[in-house]
Structure formats: structure tokens, C-alpha cells
Write a protein that binds this ligand. Structure first.
Ligand code: GBH
Length: 453
């Protein structure tokens, strides 16, 4: 069986991208609230997550949609400032109440809740205290994690500490194209990275310590993934080497920069030389924290890279002339799910879960009132088949989580890119299941067998 019977078919979202209610019921501001409200906001069309999909108020309707789609799990993130408006200090009971009710509603409908503790919406007041540069953030994150775990772990079993450090540090603080839209020096990025790794490891320990049931824990990294040009061992080796390269310009976006410390208890080769005087190693006690064991490898993966020297999607990734692209111009490269599952499992030795995969399409409601999205169905069929093949080759696979559940606020790109299986009309908040939602339902019902027809 390439996919086990209890394979987890899910969909994902994240607090700032879907919830709205940005200042309701005691929620404090995050850096995304600050920067989207800034008069020089770099976000497309000056759009904000103030209302987004209004999921905060419509979560019951949304869980009903999840049920209609037959998904087994919903991966969502917690807004730190809903729980702790200042990031530290007093707890906002309304924040706890919201996530607790959401979890209840999911369980009532037979859907496994999966919690991401941090998906980029850093409390503004913590940013004002230095954010990820301040080592105190490790304790603040620990405190926040403990509160969430105590409130939800009687019902929540699956946890992701952080989503894509490559992006919130790399795109946020190195390239400066995501909140906080600032560029820090390599020395500062090095210190931030250590704080992120320690905060992650401390959160893993906190979950294990306070969880009311046996927890399943990982994180959800992303990174440049390469596919071999042909079947030769040399081409495979080249793809593997590039997938884990510590590239000096792109180190902060790389797989090895974040995952080698967590799984292999080391910084990638070349790091020490690159940072020179800015480098300082973890102590043995710190390494113990960073390396706290994880139950599986989560991966957010959308497209293969071809050129490691291109730092951001905005620069393209060295695509071939006329190559098939999604609406965000990301390359359609299905084999990336096969090769990444294989490479990650071989290097990090744990089962693999796709924690995000999907594509933006130019969806619209058609004259018949439906949303026909054949491109997405074809994209998913190709990608998930490749993942399935990795299972046939003996890679232990535990789940596939589609990004996203519904169309939502695509960060600096605003609302134009639509990633959802559910279409959102942002003027009316009407939800419409796209054709792909019904297609996915059948994939789930057949545990992947319908992918082959
Ligand atoms: C994720 O980020 C986020 O977790 C999520 O919040 C977001 O909405 C979702 O994905 C969709 O963007 O130039 O073809 O090589 C993903 C970030 C996506 C960044 C792929 C690099 C490279 C595409 N990554 N991208 S390509």
C-alpha cells in the first residue's frame, strides 16, 4: 500500500490570511496589521487582512464546508496576539475561546485539527522589543506555546511549531519583501536564526511536556527543491546536492540552514567560514534543545527550482522558455513531490507529510454559477501522483495537506492569487466549492486510487 489506510488528507490556512476581525474581541496588532495599514504599504493594492475571509465569524459555516469536502484534517494557525494581545503578559480569554470553539466544531464533524503555532503574524509589541533578534523571544514563545497547549491539547494531537522560517526570516528580514519589510545584515540574520531554532526546539519540549495526549510534532519548512535532469545517478546526486546546498547568497532560504541543525545537530558545511566573526556555535545544552526529536518531516512545496542563484519568486527561478506556469508564474514541476519526499526522508530519516502544496489559478464564478478550475485539478493530479509514487518506492508518507482550504490573503500579493479549493467572493463573503473541491473529495474517499483514472 503506497498510502497507509490512515493517510491524512487535509487542507490548510493561516490566521492572518483568513480570519479577519483584526482588532476584535481584544486582539492585539501583529506586524502584518501594522505594515498593511502603513500609508506606504508595499502590499498589492494596499489590501489588508482586516476582514479577509471573515473566518473568525464564519468558522462554523467553514467547518461545514470542510465536512462537505470530506477532508480528514484542517491545518490552521493561531494568532499570537489573539491569545496574548501584547505577545507577553495577560491572556485574552476571547482568543482562547475562539480557537477552542473551532477545535470543538472540527471534532464534532470528524475532522482532525492540526495547529501551527506561528505562521508569521509576530506581535507588534514583540517586534518593538527586537522581535526575532532579541533572545528573550525564546521564553516569550515558550510561554505562548504553553498557554495554547494547555487550552487545546486535550483535543489537538498534531502540532507545527513554526511555518517556513525561510520566508519569515528570509523574505521578511533578509530580502525585506514580507513584513517587517526590512533588510538585516548577515550577522543579524545569524543571531535571529539561532533564536528561531531555539524557540522552535523549546516549543517542541513545551508541547511534549504539557500535552494532555501523546503529541505528533513537526514544523513546516520550505526551501529550494531540485529535480534531476535525467535518471542517471550523477543527475540525481546533483539534484540532491543542490536541494541541500548551503548557498552563500541564498543560505537563509535553504533547506539545510534550518533542517540540518534540527535533525542533524549541525550547521551546514560552509556556514562557519561564511559568517566568520559573526559565527558562534550553540552550546551542547542548546543543541539538545534545537535537536528535540520530531515525529515527521513537514514540507511546504510548490515548485522545483532550477537556479539557486535566484533568491525570490519575483526573480523567476530560471524556468525554461514557455514552460507551464501557475497564475503566480511558479513553474509546474510535479516530480518535485517525488524527489523532495525521497531526499528529505533519506537525509532526515523520518516519515514525510506534505504540509502545503497547491497552485494559484485565475478562478472565477462561471455563468452556470460554478467555479470550473481544470488547471488546478490537473496540477494536483500530477503532483499527488508523484507523491504517491514516493510511497510506492517505500518512503513512509503520512499525509497530504492542500494549500489552501479557501482563497485568502496572499501576503504581499493581496487577494488576486486564488489558491483555494473554495472560492471566496470578497464583496459578499459567499463561498463556492470549486470543481477541484469535489475532485479532491473523491481522491480522499478512494485514498488516492481515483488519481489514476
Ligand atoms: C506558503 O509560502 C505560505 O506558508 C502560505 O502562507 C502561502 O499563502 C502559500 O505558501 C502560497 O504562497 O519561483 O516557482 O520557484 C510559500 C513560499 C512559495 C516561496 C514558492 C518560494 C518559489 C516559487 N514559497 N516560491 S518558484
Amino acid at each position: 500500500m503506497p498510502l497507509p489506510k490512515d493517510f491524512i488528507w487535509g487542507v490548510a490556512g493561516a490566521s492572518y490570511q483568513v480570519e479577519g476581525a483584526w482588532n476584535e474581541d481584544g486582539k492585539g496588532p501583529s506586524i502584518w496589521d501594522t505594515y498593511t495599514h502603513w500609508r506606504n504599504s508595499p502590499v498589492h493594492n494596499h489590501e489588508t487582512g482586516d476582514v479577509a475571509c471573515d473566518h473568525y465569524h464564519r468558522y462554523k459555516e467553514d467547518v461545514a464546508l470542510l465536512k462537505e469536502m470530506g477532508v480528514k484534517a484542517y491545518r490552521f494557525s493561531i494568532s499570537w496576539t489573539r491569545i496574548l494581545p501584547d505577545g507577553i503578559g495577560s491572556v485574552n480569554p476571547k482568543g482562547i475561546e475562539f480557537y477552542s470553539s473551532l477545535v470543538d466544531e472540527l471534532i464534532k464533524n470528524g475532522i482532525e485539527p492540526m495547529v501551527t503555532i506561528y505562521h508569521w503574524d509576530l506581535p507588534q509589541s514583540i517586534f518593538d522589543r527586537g522581535g526575532w533578534l532579541n533572545p528573550e523571544i525564546i521564553g516569550w514563545f515558550e510561554n505562548y506555546t504553553k498557554i495554547v497547549v494547555e487550552a487545546l491539547s486535550d483535543r489537538v494531537k498534531y502540532w507545527f511549531t513554526i511555518n517556513e522560517p525561510q520566508i519569515f526570516i528570509g523574505l521578511g528580514c533578509y530580502l525585506g519583501v514580507m513584513a517587517p519589510f526590512k533588510k538585516y545584515t548577515d550577522g543579524e540574520i545569524f543571531r535571529m536564526s539561532k533564536n528561531v531554532l531555539l524557540a522552535h526546539g523549546t516549543a517542541v519540549r513545551t508541547i511534549r511536556k504539557y500535552s494532555k495526549q501523546e503529541a505528533k510534532i513537526s514544523y513546516a519548512p520550505t526551501g529550494p527543491s531540485f529535480i534531476p535532469d535525467n535518471d542517471s545517478p550523477e543527475a540525481i546526486e546533483e539534484a540532491r546536492a543542490k536541494t541541500f546546498a548551503f548557498d552563500k547568497d541564498g543560505y537563509v532560504l535553504s533547506n539545510s540552514w534550518w533542517s540540518d541543525p534540527i535533525f542533524l545537530r549541525k550547521f551546514p558545511d560552509g556556514a562557519k567560514e561564511f559568517f566568520g566573526p559573526d559565527f558562534s556555535d550553540f552550546t551542547e545544552e542548546e543543541w539538545d534543545i534545537v535537536q528535540s526529536p520530531l515525529d515527521f518531516y513537514g514540507m511546504n512545496i510548490y515548485a522545483a527550482m532550477r537556479d539557486l542563484s535566484k533568491l525570490s519568486a519575483a526573480e523567476g527561478n530560471g524556468e525554461l522558455t514557455g514552460e507551464p506556469l501557475t497564475a503566480l508564474k511558479w513553474t509546474i514541476t510535479p516530480e518535485v513531490l517525488y524527489w523532495s519526499a525521497k531526499f528529505m526522508h533519506e537525509r532526515y530519516k523520518v516519515p514525510v507529510m506534505i504540509t502545503e502544496n497547491g497552485c494559484a489559478c485565475t478562478d472565477s464564478v462561471h455563468l452556470d454559477g460554478k467555479v470550473h478550475d481544470p488547471q488546478r485539478i490537473d496540477f494536483l493530479k500530477r503532483y499527488i501522483r508523484e507523491f504517491y509514487k514516493a510511497g510506492e518506492d517505500g518512503i513512509p508518507l503520512i499525509g497530504y495537506i492542500h494549500w489552501s482550504f479557501m482563497d485568502n490573503f496572499e501576503w504581499a500579493e493581496g487577494y488576486d492569487p486564488r489558491f483555494g479549493l473554495v472560492y471566496i467572493n470578497y464583496q459578499t463573503q459567499k463561498r463556492t466549492l470549486k470543481d477541484s473541491a469535489y475532485w479532491y473529495k473523491e481522491v480522499i474517499e478512494t485514498n488516492g486510487e481515483s488519481l489514476w483514472k
